[in-house]
Every structure is written in structure tokens, then in C-alpha cells.
Design a protein around this ligand. Structure first.
Ligand code: KIV
Length: 291
């Protein structure tokens, strides 16, 4: 039987039932399959892939082509989770038409079920147009990685006087424009809780405390793939970096000392293959290589 897909209405119902939403990033088919099998509701093909997968310093260099490549891979791997494609930097800020075109590409070519874009009220018109075309939009407020230079680094937002009012206004503007969910990143927990209570659409927090309707983490952070990266809001559910290094170190040792592969890991000859080998021995190439 086909697994029912997580959808915009099913996520809204999850919030109504008070059932938390689990979202994680994914960038390839193998991880998408594993996270999907583990019960993750939403797979975000985040432009964070630019940092953890492509090795960029921040998300600004990520292109539409890179996003499409990662989205297609994730779409092939997941059966149940909703797949959300991130709109990369400057793929929607230039004009409404540009935003419509690129969001359409993530859906048509990337196999996404929704798109995510960073920013609040400023993008209300674009959100409205996308939704009217049948493209579900997830908003993203608070710490905006694509505005890293504007915000002066990856810094908690909304701490200043009136910060909560501005964030709430952005969230309400996105909801009024038709956004079906909103990521709240790097915001003090009480503010994120207040915003979540004020909205009918689910909020998904990252560094925004437990009061959001769901949580998202970058999969590499959850798995501890980079020991040097340990921000306050990340919980490492595993520390794979050391385990991967150790397993690969064992492989290198065994290749070097000749213990990998062993006889069980090698193919033998069938008796019918033996004459063919004997024939090969007689070819000019075989004799030439023997010299
Ligand atoms: O790109 C990303 O992974 C994100 C999440 C951190 C929300 O936007």
C-alpha cells in the first residue's frame, strides 16, 4: 500500500491536535530515505547544503542548479515526508516574476511539494502570488542566513526593544499572505512561543525554544558530523564524525596491509570460466603484458 504523504492540510491538523512536527534537512537520496523511514514529517532541502555539502562559507553562493540537483535526489529518496525546497539567495528578491519562475522550477524540476523563502512582510506579495498558483510557501523569520552580512553574523534576533513586535508582524503578514508554515530561527524562546500561539499556521523552530509547533535541525548537526561546530541550540543525537573517521581509518589500514579484501570478499572462478582464462593467456595481449 502507498504511504500517505504529509501535506499542507495534514500539517495544519497536526498543529490543531497539538502534535509536534519533526523537520530535518536532507540533501541526497540515501539520507532522504533513512530520515523518511524514521518518521520525519518534513524534509527541507535547505540552502544550508551550500555549507554542509558544498563547503561554502555561507549560503549566499548556492545556485538554483545546485538546489535542483539536491531536491531531485531527496524527492527520489522519500515516500512519506513533505519535501520543501529552499529558494536560494537572489532567486526571488529581484522581482515577483523571478520568484514565481524559480519556485515553479523547484516544484516542476526538483519534485518539491512546497518552497521556503527567507523574510517577512517584505515578501507578502510574492507569497500571495505563489500560493495563488498552487505553490505552498513556508516562511522564515528571525535569523536569516541569507542576510548574514545585513544582520552582522549568525546572531539571535528580536532581543532588542520592540523586536518581538516586528517579528510578530512579519509572521502575521506571511500567514495573511497564505504561507502554510513559518520557520522561526534564532529567536528568544518566549518570543517564538508568543508568535506560535498567535498563529493558526504551524511554526517550526530552530534555536527558538520548545514553544514552536515543530522543530528543525540541519541533519549534519544532529548527527555530529563536525565536532568544531556546537552552537547552543543544537543537540547532537550522535557523534558520527569520530565513528566515520575511525571506520575509514580501519579501511585504510586493511587496504595497506592487504587484509581487505579477504577470500570471502573476492570472486572465485567457475570451472566453465577456466578455459576462457586459458584462452586469454594465449592472446598477444596476455603475452605482451607478461614480458
Ligand atoms: O537552509 C536551512 O537548512 C534552513 C534551516 C536551518 C531552517 O533554512
Amino acid at each position: 500500500m502507498k504511504t500517505p504523504r504529509v501535506t499542507v492540510p495534514s500539517l495544519r491538523n497536526q498543529k490543531a491536535r497539538g502534535e509536534k512536527i519533526a523537520m530535518l534537512t536532507a540533501y541526497d537520496a540515501t539520507f532522504a530515505r533513512l530520515l523518511d523511514e524514521a518518521g520525519v514529517d518534513i524534509l527541507l532541502v535547505g540552502d544550508s547544503g551550500g555549507m554542509v555539502s558544498a563547503g561554502y562559507e555561507n549560503t549566499l553562493p548556492v545556485t538554483m542548479e545546485e538546489m535542483l540537483f539536491w531536491c531531485r535526489a531527496v524527492a527520489r529518496g522519500a515516500k512519506r515526508a513533505q519535501i520543501v525546497g529552499d529558494m536560494p539567495f537572489m532567486s526571488y528578491q529581484v522581482s515577483i516574476e523571478q520568484g514565481l519562475t524559480n519556485a515553479g522550477r523547484l516544484m516542476k524540476e526538483g519534485g518539491c511539494h512546497a518552497v521556503k523563502l527567507e523574510g517577512g512582510a517584505i515578501h507578502a506579495e510574492l507569497v500571495q502570488r505563489l500560493v495563488s498558483c498552487g505553490i505552498p510557501v513556508m516562511g522564515h523569520i528571525g535569523l536569516l542566513p541569507q542576510s548574514v552580512h545585513q544582520q552582522g553574523g549568525f546572531k539571535v534576533q528580536g532581543r532588542e526593544v520592540g523586536g518581538n513586535k516586528r517579528l510578530l508582524e512579519d509572521a502575521l503578514a506571511l500567514q495573511a499572505a497564505g504561507a502554510y508554515a513559518i520557520v522561526i530561527e534564532g529567536v528568544p524562546a518566549p518570543i517564538a512561543t508568543e508568535i506560535s500561539a498567535a498563529l493558526t499556521v504551524p511554526t517550526i523552530g530552530i534555536g527558538a525554544g520548545p514553544g514552536c509547533d515543530g522543530q528543525v535541525l540541519v541533519i549534519n548537526d544532529l548527527l555530529g558530523m563536525d565536532e568544531a561546530f556546537q552552537p547552543k541550540f543544537v543537540r547532537r543525537f550522535e557523534t558520527l564524525a569520530g565513528k566515520i573517521r575511525s571506520a575509514v581509518g580501519d579501511y585504510v589500514t586493511e587496504v595497506r596491509n592487504g587484509t581487505f579484501p579477504n577470500a570471502d570478499e573476492s570472486f572465485g572462478l567457475t570451472s566453465s570460466a577456466a578455459p576462457a582464462l586459458a584462452l586469454a593467456e594465449a592472446t598477444p595481449y596476455a603475452s605482451a603484458t607478461k614480458k
